[in-house]
Design a protein around this ligand. Structure first.
Ligand code: SF4
Length: 347
């Protein structure tokens, strides 16, 4: 039995079949779950997905919503460019495609935020198209099965793997086999062929797997380019009124937390002090600093708190927002966490 047939059969018996975005061929649900699952654990998406669907049950309702509402519901999932693209994509589906997702990977890829692998996932899961996905999990499975140890940070090597991923796809009964295969290869990477200590004894493709034969599965995949990390210190002005309102400003695009509402940010404590009206400056109070890790950057966050009477005008951009208001806005996760204390304090 070939690789695809084994994965299809295994998925039916042992794969994940009860996730809320499965058992449907609705491209809206599948697309939404695929975008949410990028860089995010299934357990977290299980929490966000139903809330998002309850508020935006279809692509038309998502397209009709203000971007701030979408960012608000996305708050805490991180990688906010996904949420901005999600909204832009919904608008394009409505404006350019009459409200129905295109049915081929080639056309799906023309939409904002949909890359080659996501397009293939939607097209194969919803429309049975014979087209390959190649996310991190699938790269791991295929490089191990094929014993492919070339450096995937080299574009030509990744292209070769894409070609192989296409070559091994099911060849017949595509409407039934393609959704199962796509789901199966994802499931295999997530639950059996894991990065560390893969469960080769429970793997349906062990007999065909070169890495298993070599007893060296963890040698694959090979990727040499390291992400260059940087660090940045940021001071946050946490101006709070007695009723729990806080002063928030919308972050410019591009930049850190682009498009989200946030406490005003400064490069130094001096710059923060200078922005506070003289009569409140002596009441500034440093809150313990903490680190927030982004993909390419460590942010050292230094909140500085000050009590200011409700409604007092400030000389910096932004506005007072009550807990009711900011709870609905898109805020960076660490800022939301800080402000949660305000909300609790004002109960
Ligand atoms: Fe991965 Fe092991 Fe299966 Fe090979 S046999 S695909 S290394 S789990």
């Amino acid at each position: 039995m070939d690789l695809a047939a084994r994965i299809v059969r295994w998925q039916q018996a042992f794969g994940r079949n009860d996730l809320p975005w499965q058992n449907t061929r609705d491209p809206y649900r599948v697309w939404l779950s695929e975008i949410m699952l990028q860089q995010t654990q299934v357990a977290t998406v299980l929490d966000y997905f139903p809330r998002f669907l309850a508020r935006f049950p279809d692509v038309a309702s998502l397209a009709a919503a203000p971007l701030d509402d979408v960012l608000g519901l996305w708050s805490g999932l991180g990688y906010y460019s996904r949420a901005r693209n999600l909204h832009a994509c919904a608008l394009d589906v409505v404006r350019l495609h009459g409200g129905a997702f295109p049915q081929t990977a080639q056309l799906l890829q023309t939409l904002p935020g949909i890359g080659r692998s996501t397009a293939a996932a939607v097209a194969s899961l919803c429309f049975g198209e014979r087209v390959a996905i190649l996310d991190g999990n699938v790269k791991r499975v295929l490089t191990r099965v094929l014993g492919f140890d070339a450096d995937l940070s080299v574009a030509a090597n990744e292209r070769w793997l894409w070609d192989e991923a296409s070559r091994v796809l099911p060849a017949r009964d595509l409407q039934r086999a393609m959704p199962r295969y796509t789901q199966g290869v994802m499931d295999l990477g997530a639950t059996v062929c894991t990065a560390r200590k893969p469960a080769c004894g429970a793997c349906p493709v062990a007999e065909l797997c070169v890495a298993f034969g070599q007893e060296l599965p963890e040698r694959y995949p090979v990727k040499t380019r390291k992400i260059k990390r940087s660090a940045q210190s940021i001071w946050l002005l946490w101006a709070q009124a007695r009723d729990g309102s806080v002063w928030l400003d919308k972050r410019p695009t591009p930049g850190v937390w682009a498009g989200l509402y946030c406490l005003p940010l400064f490069d130094s404590r001096e710059a923060l002090e200078a922005a506070v009206t003289t009569r409140y400056r002596k009441h500034l109070e440093d809150v313990p600093a903490f680190t927030h890790v982004l993909t390419h950057k460590d942010l050292y966050l230094h909140p500085v708190k000050v009590q200011i009477p409700t409604g007092a005008k400030q000389d910096i951009d932004g506005a007072w927002m009550s807990p009711d208001e900011w709870l609905r806005l898109g805020l960076p996760a660490p800022v939301r966490k800080l402000l949660a204390e305000v909300a609790r304090g004002s109960d």
